[in-house]
Design a protein around this ligand. Structure first.
Ligand code: ADP
Length: 469
């Protein structure tokens, strides 16, 4: 058995997955933002230095007097940047702040050059970002210095902000994921408990499902599965009851009459023959029932084999109708055969088709007390139709779709009397479908029922062994 560690929980797995995706995305986004921001800022600062240095140089070019120099130096006094003015030989004329060694080192060895450029923007390794602008007519140079530590401080603040935002988002994400995962896994746990109970035989389970998402659909499917299983269980039990009842009655007769014969109480030969006939008839009934059961089990394991041959459906129909004439007459029913058109021969399994017609006509006679059972045939372009209608008790509309199910009987009490197992129509449908045909039913309670089956005319089905589900 698998160990029941917390990492087996879907919520933990999902939580870990989502938070690591979140975290990676945030870090990538943070790194991009950080890079863009610092680069933009450095660009902005250096360009600003160039513009200001250029402006100072222009002012000094038009008037390179002590007063203008003082004015330029005093302009930069309050700002973060520092300005340094040299003559054409790099001799210091004035600076807005006292010169330190690093500033000193940045003064270039230039002569008679016209320049307006950035000398240093490496704020990470150097103390200043520096630009130089030439004062026209070879009067001197204006250097602008921007202390790197201002940028480093900003850089630190930016990193702290990104990290704080990342952690904050992770905590919020974890919280949300926790809530979401619980919403996801709680219904799964409910379904697990429900299926465990179903495994113990409590098939009908109420699984609360909100909405119509995949989880709610799964919950509904499990519930429907349970209902289906329950209905199978019920019909199985009813079927077993019906079968045991069906078997018990003839077996009681067989046992009773054979006991009497065994004890030699009956001397008259005619009476003995009569009793033997009863035993024979009852044994035949049991054999029919066993045949039906066998047929059904074959349908279920997929050993349903069709033996197709050229078949005269018309004579087949007439033969089956003939069989039911006595039974219909006994109940005072008319058995009408309206076989107007001559049906063409079909390539079908004659024995199985006889079984189908037998079942349908037997039902019609069985479930009709007054009136008539009428059999009609019709031919269409590609199909032939066989219609068996009766004026019997009918089938309630809510049962119409279920009569094809195994063991399904409409009213258990009425079929107990008429003696059915609920297998007939299931077998009929399987046989018709194996022939690529179809069967339909129309019925009104207490008025009558009509079964119509359609068979394809010239379709030669090649397969012999049909696998059923
Ligand atoms: P059964 O052996 O009980 O007759 P079937 O599968 O042949 O089983 O039929 C299923 C149920 O359909 C029957 O129990 C019966 O209630 C109903 N049924 C079938 N044919 C008719 C019919 N012609 N008239 C009324 N009810 C019918």
């Amino acid at each position: 058995m698998k160990k029941n560690s917390i990492f087996n929980s879907v919520s933990i797995k999902l939580g870990l997955l989502f938070s690591s995706i979140f975290l990676s995305l945030l870090l990538i986004l943070g790194a991009i933002l950080y890079g863009v921001f610092t680069n933009l800022f450095v660009d902005f600062v250096t360009k600003d230095l160039l513009v200001r240095g250029g402006n100072h140089a222009k002012a000094l070019a038009s008037d390179f007097s002590q007063e203008t120099i003082r004015h330029v130096l005093s302009m930069e006094k309050g700002s973060t940047a520092r300005v340094v003015i040299t003559d054409a030989n790099q001799k210091l004329i004035g600076s807005s702040e006292p010169m330190d060694a690093d500033m000193q080192n940045h003064l270039l060895k230039l002569k008679n050059q016209t320049l307006n450029k950035i000398i240093d923007k490496d704020w990470k390794n150097h103390q200043y970002m520096v630009t130089i602008s030439t004062i026209e007519k070879n009067k001197g140079y204006v250097y602008m210095f921007y202390p790197s530590n201002v940028l480093r401080e900003m850089d630190l603040v930016l990193k702290i902000l990104i990290l704080a935002a990342s952690f904050g988002t992770i905590f919020i994400a974890l919280g949300l994921i926790g809530i979401l995962s619980r919403r996801l896994t709680n219904p799964l746990l409910i379904m697990k408990d429900a299926t465990n109970r179903m495994a113990l035989g409590k098939y009908q389970q109420q699984i609360p499902a909100k909405g119509n998402d995949e989880i709610a659909q799964l919950a509904n499917s499990i519930q429907q599965l349970g209902e289906k299983l329950q209905s199978y269980e019920d019909t199985r039990n009813e079927f077993l009851n019906a079968v045991s009842h069906e078997l018990r009655t003839p077996l009681t007769y067989i046992k009773g009459y054979s006991d009497i014969l065994n004890k030699g109480i009956i001397k008259s030969e005619t009476e003995q023959k009569e009793y033997l006939q009863i035993i024979h008839n009852e044994a035949k009934r049991v054999a029919f029932l066993v045949d039906d059961l066998f047929e059904m089990s074959k349908l279920q394991v997929g050993e349903f084999t069709l033996h197709k041959e050229d078949t005269d459906v018309q004579s087949l129909l007439e033969k089956v109708i003939e069989i039911f004439k006595p039974a219909a007459a006994e109940k005072g029913l008319k058995l009408n055969a309206r076989l107007k058109e001559k049906i063409p021969k079909l390539i079908i399994d004659a024995h199985r088709m006889e079984q189908v017609l037998y079942n349908l006509i037997e039902n019609a006679v069985k479930y009709t007390e007054h009136g008539a059972v009428t059999i009609r045939t019709s031919t269409q372009k590609e199909w032939i139709g066989i219609e068996i209608s009766d004026t019997g008790i009918g089938i309630p509309s809510q049962d119409l779709s279920k009569i094809w199910d195994r063991f399904y009987r409409v009213d258990k009490s009425r079929t107990r009397k008429t003696g059915g197992t609920g297998l007939g129509l299931y077998i009929v449908k399987q046989i018709i479908e194996a022939h690529n045909g179809r069967i339909e039913v129309r019925s009104t309670e207490n008025t009558g029922t009509t079964f119509t089956l359609f068979l394809q005319k010239s379709r030669k089905v090649a397969h012999q062994g049909r696998k059923t589900k």
